[in-house]
Design a protein. Structure first.
Length: 199
């Protein structure tokens, strides 16, 4: 699985250090000119897309322990179930929290709008790339809105992993001007989930 990280210059060193702790190898795209999240996402689609599954990360996350060992299992599951987008960040939504309480692990993710950490299939990367290069809708300004638009256009379901395998690090100021709020943290992040599975 290929790993790519979308970041801004001020957070590059932190993102590199955080990834080192996980033993994950990532390509980085640094938005040095502050062109915005959609343009940097589009650059990454055109330059980092491959015929393998791709874990797309943002630069303000905390990882569950042993994530590297779990990624091949997630890839195999996606291949077997023909899943084209799997978010490993679970936001605070009523349905998602209810499904977590019910003990579900991989569930549909309606109204997808989070790009903290998402795995894209090769097919979905190809579709995203084509749609980005033909995009003429100037109302779409954010990368996650663009992904949601493509999902809807092609009638592709997004899925989410429960518990959350990454946490949104709200100790870092948002580059988009969001309030630095605990509301943006996942309530179902489990740092030890993969470690406990291995026991």
């Amino acid at each position: 699985m290929n790993i790519v990280t979308q970041c801004i210059q001020e957070r590059y060193d932190l993102a590199v250090d955080t990834l080192k702790e996980t033993d994950l190898q990532s390509k980085f795209y640094i938005d040095k000119n502050k062109e915005g999240c959609l343009k940097s996402f589009g650059y990454m689609l055109n330059n980092y897309s491959t015929d393998d599954y791709r874990l797309h990360l943002q630069d303000d996350i905390i990882f569950a322990d042993n994530l590297k060992s779990y990624l091949p299992k997630l890839k195999a599951y996606m291949q077997n179930k023909e899943i084209h987008l799997l978010s490993i960040f679970a936001p605070n939504r009523k349905l998602i929290l209810q499904q977590y309480k019910e003990g579900k692990t991989i569930v549909p993710f309606p109204n997808y709008l989070w790009l903290q950490a998402s795995i894209f299939s090769p097919r979905f990367q190809s579709i995203l790339k084509k749609e980005y290069n033909n995009l003429n809708d100037d109302t779409i300004k954010d990368d996650d809105v663009f992904v949601a638009y493509v999902l809807k256009k092609y009638n592709i379901k997004a899925y989410v992993h429960l518990p959350s395998l990454v946490q949104h690090n709200t100790e870092i100021k948002s580059s988009l001007g969001h309030a630095n709020s605990k509301i943006r943290e996942s309530k179902v992040f489990d740092k030890n989930y993969i470690t406990n599975l291995k026991k």
